[in-house]
Write a protein that binds this ligand. Structure first.
Ligand SMILES: [Zn+2]
Length: 42
């Protein structure tokens, strides 16, 4: 899962997209799947 840094659209497979298909931006950031962190112990 990648997120366009410009328009924020989520793209599952960026393999075939060199640029964002929505806005043409070329910069993406990887979005991690939601993982519940249990680091903070109360
Ligand atoms: Zn975009």
């Amino acid at each position: 899962m990648y997120v366009c840094s410009n328009c924020g659209k989520k793209i599952d497979d960026i393999g075939k997209f060199v640029t964002c298909p929505f806005c043409g931006n070329k910069i993406f950031r990887k979005e991690r799947p939601p993982v519940a962190k249990k680091m903070k112990a109360v």
